[in-house]
Design a protein around this ligand. Sequence first.
Ligand code: PHE
Length: 364
Amino acid sequence: MYTVSKLEDFSPAALDAAAEELLSALVAESQAAADSAAFVEFRNRWMARKNGLLTQVNEMWLKAAPGPAKREVGQRVNLLKQKAEALVAAAEQHAASAALNVRLRAESVDISLPGIERPLGVRHTVLRTLDELISVFVKMGYSIAEGPEVETDYYNFEALNFPPNHPARDTQDTLFVANQERKAQRDRLLLRTHTSPVQIRTMERLKPPVRVICPGKVHRNDAPDATHSPVFHQLEGLCVDTNITFGDLKGTLDHAMKSLFGSQVKTSFRPSFFPFTEPSVEVSISCPFCGGRGCRPCKQSGWIELLGAGMVDPNVFGFVDYDPKKLSGFAFGMGVERLTMMSYNVDDIQQFFYGDMRFLEQFA
Ligand code: PHE
């Protein structure tokens, strides 16, 4: 380690050599002072007023110099001090920036690491189909009406012209709420078997003309299999005004099916029965997959049955204080899962309810 030694020779050349030796020792030590603690130690060793190396230079070189050489030595020692101070200041800067670098490195974040990926959700296929259906009817001026999933016997059956104990009730395998025996039959609760009760609730609420669609969840006591589920969705429609005819029903549903499946699709209406419509029809569309030639989805028939529909039975108007002599209307209903199975080529209705990501992700 460098120490200041006494000078024998005070000639300029000897002084320069000694100064050179001192400065290079100072530089070497400053480079070794990497952090701030080491720098403080380095600065004290060299600059301390009391016994720092430069104070020693004063004592041993300047004060010890013989009279005639004093002036010369004094100038050189001064110059040497200035250089030393500049070097120490530079070393201080260096140590500070080295410390900053250490801190930055410790606090740095590796932005190339993969982040936490959250998969984007999408709408369930059944709801997507429902949205499409809704938009077709909204464009025709229909608004949306909703009703409760837990219904009374009155709204689900009686006001829809299913008299108490009428055999037509057996067509809808109903899930009843238990322990209702003490209530009058019309007040007993059940899980709605169709969205048709919303027709009644809407007509109770609104004066004609009425044009609504009623999307929603319905429940039936069906054992689950590839085409049956105890929970599914329906879209119901109701249009009531003066002079509504069967032609309006046909035109509306034909237009809706063409909007959904393309203008080449044909509709077919066959007589059927529902207690709340008279006459009633089953509506089929020409198979959109094979154009009617016959394929697997249409079971080789060329047609796919999609809707129930009919002209609102005058008895139904009687339940909601609509005058059947002045008013007429039509209603229709369809199963949303059926339509979705067709559109997305799904062959098991249960898949919609399992919540299996592998199934759902196919449509993301
Ligand atoms: N509510 C009937 C059903 O669930 C469908 C339907 C609605 C039929 C409206 C005609 C008119 O089977």
